[in-house]
Write a protein that binds this ligand. Structure first.
Ligand code: AMP
Length: 427
């Protein structure tokens, strides 16, 4: 048995993963992002310093341990901290700014496993480091919207501003005052949050707390002018690009490093507890917090398993299953040798070919060819060896034709290009 909350990604699922990875790469090309991969294992302090010790991700969910060298390390719970560390470590601030990076890989959180929540899950993420202009926020929000909306999902962006180091402390004071008055009515977890991370009371999933939060002071009323102007501009750009969004005071994101814009991506109209497909925000103080020069940044990350679940329930067509065009069947040792060579030749010519050279029975081999859905099988048995021919079997009609072995490549080229013309080959 594998560990709880850890899942195998089986061959039958891979077309969804390929589809998402290809789409991520396409978006990266379209918007000018370069790929970065950082180690899965980092110093635990990287995450405590950036995400914050009072967040669930760090205080409860981080896989942290002391390694053989006595160093406290952790499996990354998210991608932004590692990318920011790398930006600083490799002097990327000396490159033309902003630096636009994307990543794709597994993250780890020791959460309670349930539908849409695993302990190892995959994320793709896009980060823009080195630019404070609100147009960057809008571009990333648009990307996160388009990624799903263009496929036909009804996507809603829930957006908020969480202010900055100038205006947030003032708001936290007002919020804490409000929460203290209703402390006894809050759930147990929120009574702790009130002391350690009061913003998180706003996005508590308990119905009782949610009802109490309706009357809570809203951060948008407490933003400094700079944060207010920034937020208004982001919304103006989104209106220009016709991205649907909803102002939502509950979007505070779990992590300490967020400043100004924060957003989450939801599919509209799903019953029950809504799970975000992704989320993002601006993190203008993180680079400095991790020892770099003060550098503004903004980014978002999306969960791949959750995206796949939505694609399935919405019947989104993804890449077709790999289907070889040809199958090579052989009978007898000499024929097998000849077929081994033919196989290599056909691969070199760019055909997709299947085989089962370890099998001896022609019946078994043709059964497999049928299962794979190939158009043609190329068969060489003892008679074909003697005659220097190949038997070509149309797997749909069952018709067979004898072709001179030396002419096989020309013959296949003609046959398959006719297939393409007749629209029978779907690539
Ligand atoms: P977060 O940074 O926590 O908002 O995560 C961004 C996205 O990653 C979420 O919107 C989910 O799609 C995905 N995600 C986060 N945690 C998990 C989890 N435990 N299991 C599966 N997906 C997750």
């Amino acid at each position: 048995m594998n560990l709880r909350g850890m899942k195998d990604i089986l061959p039958s699922e891979q077309r969804y993963w390929d589809f998402i990875f290809n789409r991520v790469q396409q978006f990266a090309r379209d918007y000018g992002f370069q790929r970065i991969e950082t180690p899965i294992l980092e110093a635990a302090s990287l995450f405590t310093r950036s995400v914050g010790t009072e967040t669930d991700i760090i205080s409860k969910e981080m896989y942290a341990f002391v390694d053989q060298g006595g160093e406290k390390v952790a499996l990354r719970p998210e991608g932004t901290a590692g990318v920011t560390r790398s930006y600083i470590e490799h002097g990327m601030l000396n490159q033309p700014q902003p630096v636009k990076l994307f990543y794709y890989g597994p993250m780890f959180r020791h959460d309670r496993p349930q539908a849409g929540r695993q302990r190892q899950f995959w994320q793709y993420g896009f980060e823009i480091i080195g630019e404070q202009n609100a147009v960057m926020d809008a571009q990333l929000i648009t990307m996160s919207y388009k990624f799903y909306a263009e496929l036909g999902l009804a996507i809603q962006i829930e957006i908020n501003s969480v202010g900055c180091q100038q205006c947030r402390p003032g708001y936290l004071k007002v919020l804490t005052g409000y929460l203290k008055n209703i402390k006894k009515d809050l759930c147990e977890a929120c009574q702790v949050r009130l002391l350690k991370n009061p913003l998180r009371v706003l996005d508590c999933s308990e119905k009782g707390c949610q009802d109490l939060m309706v009357g809570a002071p809203q951060i948008l009323d407490h933003l400094c002018n700079e944060c207010k102007d920034h937020f208004v501009l982001v919304l103006e750009y989104l209106d220009e690009l016709e991205v649907k969004y909803n102002l939502n005071a509950k979007i505070v994101r779990g992590l300490d490093y967020y400043t100004k814009t924060a957003w989450e991506i939801f599919e509209l109209g799903r019953d029950g507890q809504q799970e975000a497909l992704g989320g993002g925000g601006r993190y203008d103080s993180l680079v400095q917090q991790l020892g770099g020069r003060a550098t503004p940044a903004v980014g978002f990350a999306c969960g791949i398993e959750r995206a796949i679940a939505r694609f399935k329930t919405n019947d989104i067509a993804v890449s077709p299953v790999y289907a070889p065009q040809l199958y090579i069947a052989q009978l007898g040792l000499e024929a097998r040798k000849k077929c081994l060579r033919l196989y290599e030749t056909l691969l070199r010519k760019g055909y997709t070919v299947a085989e089962s050279f370890s099998k001896s029975s022609l019946k078994d081999q043709l059964e497999l060819a049928n299962k794979l859905g190939v158009k043609y099988s190329l068969i060489i048995g003892q008679k074909e060896m003697v005659d220097g021919t190949v038997l070509i079997r149309d797997m749909e009609s069952g018709n067979q034709e004898v072709v001179d072995f030396n002419k096989i490549q020309d013959y296949m080229a003609k046959l398959l290009s006719a297939e393409v013309r007749n629209g029978r080959v779907d690539d």
